[in-house]
Design a protein around this ligand. Structure first.
Ligand SMILES: NC(=O)c1ccc[n+]([C@@H]2O[C@H](COP(=O)([O-])OP(=O)(O)OC[C@H]3O[C@@H](n4cnc5c(N)ncnc54)[C@H](OP(=O)(O)O)[C@@H]3O)[C@@H](O)[C@H]2O)c1
Length: 251
């Protein structure tokens, strides 16, 4: 992967190094595209090799990493490949997610293994991966480049929707973990943000609510732009000239 001018210019994400989990579908692949368009170097993670190869064919500058964030033994190999491939890390988006039981089920009908998988993917995975990458993120913050971790949340983290128990409880835990960690890391210059992208037209949404009119849902590309704007606005001042500034592609 070629290195870019990391001076910032008019684009706060230009030359920064970003990693996205769940980067082969929905919001994740839209973020890979958005970050690349804004001149960032991008690594992404997913479980299925075919999905990764497809994204790399479309975006050859992106680094695809095979791994399962719900598996403890996969976390360090994922972190090593991110840091080896990008040479450090400025932005981490914990986006990969698990719905729990599909079709969605009342808590009384939810199998423990489905709840455990949702917690492992949506809470423990982001916790472990962030922890494994924290040294590099803190180093980036010390260099003045900025360090931002986005944990992708949901309105199900706040509202008590029947049948969304495993997913909602795991997203609530992730949301609170994010708030606490953000307080703890403020002095190190590492920001942690919990962001709800809204209802999007993605495979996850179709699996959860198969009868919803897709035309009413947000495009994941729009959510990716919003999320990238929030990240740009959270970076140190010298990079935050304008979150809407000219897009430059690093070649
Ligand atoms: N869609 C919505 O309406 C909506 C609303 C609110 C919040 N969200 C949140 O937005 C985020 C993105 O959702 P989406 O709808 O874009 O999902 P999606 O289309 O289902 O994509 C999920 C991605 O995550 C990967 N993935 C799943 N489990 C993984 C694991 N254990 N380890 C590594 N990668 C894994 C999948 O690839 P593999 O299967 O190959 O691993 C895929 O790339 C999630 O955090 C979701 O909770 C979505």
């Amino acid at each position: 992967m070629k290195t870019c001018d990391r001076s910032g210019g008019h684009n706060p994400l230009q030359g920064l190094r970003a990693a996205v989990t769940g980067g082969t579908s929905g919001l994740g692949v839209a973020l890979v595209r958005e970050f690349l368009n804004r001149g960032a170097q991008v690594a992404f993670v997913a479980r299925r090799r075919d999905g990764i190869e497809q994204v790399v064919r479309e975006y050859p500058r992106a680094l695809g990493i095979t791994g399962d964030v719900s598996k403890k033994e996969d976390i360090h190999p994922i972190a090593v490949q991110i840091l080896g491939g990008l040479g450090g890390l400025d932005i981490l988006v914990n986006n990969a997610s698990d719905l729990g039981p599909v079709p969605l089920a009342l808590l009384a009908d939810t199998e423990c293994k489905d709840f455990e998988r949702a917690l492992a993917t949506n809470v423990l995975g982001p916790f472990r991966l962030t922890k494994a990458l924290l040294g590099s993120l803190a180093s980036s913050a010390r260099e003045g480049l900025g360090a931002v971790v986005v944990n992708v949340s949901s309105d199900a983290a706040i509202h008590a929707y029947p049948q969304w128990g495993a997913y909602g409880a795991s997203k609530a835990a992730l949301h609170h973990l994010t708030q606490i960690w953000n307080e703890e890391l403020k002095s190190a210059g590492v920001r942690l943000l919990s962001i709800d992208p809204g209802d999007m037209d993605t495979p996850l949404h179709a699996a959860a609510v198969p009868d919803r009119d897709r035309a009413l849902l947000k495009r994941p590309e729009a959510a990716a732009r919003e999320l990238a704007d929030v990240i740009a606005g959270s970076l140190p001042m010298r990079r935050s000239i304008s979150p809407y500034a000219v897009r430059e592609v690093c070649r």
